[in-house]
Design a protein around this ligand. Structure first.
Ligand code: SAM
Length: 202
């Protein structure tokens, strides 16, 4: 399988330990180093590639492509469709793409905007939401170290439309990883979509 935005190997390493060969892609050498260190004691079939999902090298095709922990939110609006098309091309016929995203509601935004909130012991996060642009500037700090990133969201209708325009079929949205139904107004969604055996694209 191919994991995009593999990060520290949080998902990829246990997946490879379970016997599934994983190719993991990330732009960050520092994150790939963490993944290498996490994988090292296990002697795994795990290939780590430094690359950008917006310009993927030829990695072959896979029965499963995943983008866990909202990594597709690193894409601007106009980058979503080209990247989904490229992920489609990385799937074998009948292969599955799986990913999760968030789409905040007004309450989320009002409760968190501009405030430092401790998410894990010693790790704080501050969200600056731009509702019109659907852009989030997220700062994360631990002690003296602070990292900032921009994320862009869209609603479930936007994700479905992009997946269908990219050629995916059997598009399914869930409210969480336990496959509960996606309720109206939900702030997280988990998606699966298949590359059909015959390609039809709008
Ligand atoms: C939220 S982390 C998810 C890490 C891992 N998948 C997990 O579930 O723990 C998102 C990852 O995406 C990577 N990333 C951000 N933009 C990227 C891009 N354009 N192409 C590939 N990876 C990217 C980041 O470096 C980061 O490691």
């Amino acid at each position: 399988m191919l994991e995009i935005g593999v990060g520290s190997g949080r998902v990829a390493v246990p997946t490879a330990i379970a016997g599934i060969p994983v190719v993991g892609v990330d732009t960050s050498e520092a994150m790939l180093d963490l993944a290498r260190r996490r994988a090292a004691p296990h002697g795994l079939d795990l290939t780590l590639v430094r690359a950008d999902m917006r310009d993927l090298p030829d990695l072959g095709t896979f029965p499963l492509v995943t983008v866990p922990f909202r990594a597709l939110l690193h894409l601007r609006d106009d980058e979503r469709l080209p990247v989904l098309r490229s992920l489609y091309e990385r799937l074998e016929p009948a292969g599955t793409l799986a990913f999760d995203v968030f789409h905040p509601d007004r309450l989320d935004i009002a409760e968190t905007h501009g405030r430092w909130i401790e998410r894990e012991a010693g790790i704080e996060e501050r969200a600056l939401w731009d509702e019109d642009a659907r852009r989030l500037e997220l700062a994360v700090r631990a002690g003296d170290v602070c990292a900032e990133m921009e994320l862009w969201w869209t609603d479930p209708d936007g994700w479905r439309a992009s997946l269908e325009a990219a050629g995916f079929g059997d598009v399914r949205a869930f409210g969480w990883f336990d496959r509960r139904p996606l309720a109206p107004g939900a702030t997280d969604s988990v998606w699966t979509a298949r590359r059909p055996t015959t390609t039809i694209r709008s």
